[in-house]
Every structure is written in C-alpha cells, then in structure tokens.
Design a protein around this ligand. Structure first.
Ligand code: HEC
Length: 144
C-alpha cells in the first residue's frame, strides 16, 4: 500500500464503519420519520371524526343565601368547592353540621376558626332542610 492509499484508508475507515452500523441498526434505533409514522398509522387506525356537542351546566349561586352566619360560610367554604356542595346535601342537624364543619377544618384545612363553628352549624341547619318536593337543600341555589 502506498502512502496516499494509507492516508485515505486512515481517514475513511471509521466513518465507513459508523455508516455501515447505522445503516444496519438505524431502522431500530433512530427515530422514525413522520411520513413513515403516518403511513403506519393510516394502516391501523380507523378514521376519527369530531363533532361538536352542546353541554349545559346547571347554574348556581356563588354565595350562600342570606342569613345569620352566611358571611362565615361565604368566607370559609367556597374557596375549595361550590355552595352547591354544601347546599345540596341531605338535611343535617346542627350537631351533624358541626361534625361536617370539623371534618372540613381537620381533614381539608378549611380556615374557619373554632369559635365560628357553632354559628355556622346553626346557620346551615336552619337553611338546609329538604322539602317534600325534593328541592335541593330547601333553598334555591339556582340563579334566578
Ligand atoms: C380546604 C378545602 C375545603 C374547604 C375550605 C371546605 N371544604 Fe368542604 N369539602 C372539601 C373536599 C375536598 C370535599 C370532598 C370530600 C370527599 O369527597 O370526601 C368537601 C366536601 C364537602 C361536603 C360534602 C360532604 C362530604 O363530607 O364530603 C360538604 C357538606 C362540605 N364540604 C361542607 C363544607 C363547609 C360547610 C365548609 C366551610 C366551613 C367547607 N366545606 C369548606 C374541601 C373543603
């Protein structure tokens, strides 16, 4: 081998080997081209059609109905869930409401202070009596 040929081999040997390795393994290890992905997916995925639908959510009030203690509820109970979460419960006694409020304080971290619990429980037990016509909570939580 003359010197010039040796130089050519020295320069091209490694790129050639890399090229051969890539050509053989590339299909497995290199990312698939987008065109190829599309071709593959067209053969397996059935066509998807989109259609518009109309969804109407029930309206609700963002504040509690007026009453003694409503301000406590408005200040402490609507930062995590709607008033409806509270108002659409089965009727509870004051003691049961107290337990519920304590659950909100203890388990979920409602910021209501201990000395407000009784007043709020009284308020909720007053407004939350389900009537025979099954209007949720006995008060209308719907926007009028
Ligand atoms: C820090 C967030 C947070 C605050 C503030 C909060 N709640 Fe809740 N409340 C929750 C979560 C979370 C649930 C759902 C619990 C579940 O799915 O078990 C819930 C559920 C409820 C329920 C449904 C019954 C139940 O026990 O799951 C009532 C009633 C209720 N809350 C009342 C209140 C009242 C009254 C207040 C105000 C004193 C209040 N919440 C404040 C987080 C909160």
């Amino acid at each position: 081998m003359n010197a010039k040929l040796k130089r050519i081999v020295a320069v091209w040997a490694i790129p050639s080997i890399v090229g051969v390795v890539l050509a053989v393994t590339g299909k497995t290890y290199l990312p698939e081209s987008i065109a190829s992905q599309e071709r593959r997916q067209e053969s397996v995925v059935p066509p998807v059609y989109f259609d518009s639908v109309a969804v109407t959510f029930p309206s609700g009030s963002s504040t509690f109905p007026p009453g003694d203690g409503a301000d406590i509820a408005n200040a402490n109970c609507v930062m995590c869930h709607s008033t409806g979460m509270v108002l659409r419960q089965p009727p509870l006694t004051m003691t049961e409401w107290r337990t519920e409020i304590e659950k909100m304080r203890g388990s979920f971290g409602a910021p209501i202070t201990a000395d407000q619990v009784d007043a709020l429980a009284r308020y909720l037990s007053t407004i939350d009596g389900r009537k025979s016509d099954a209007v949720p909570s006995g008060v209308s939580n719907e926007a009028s």
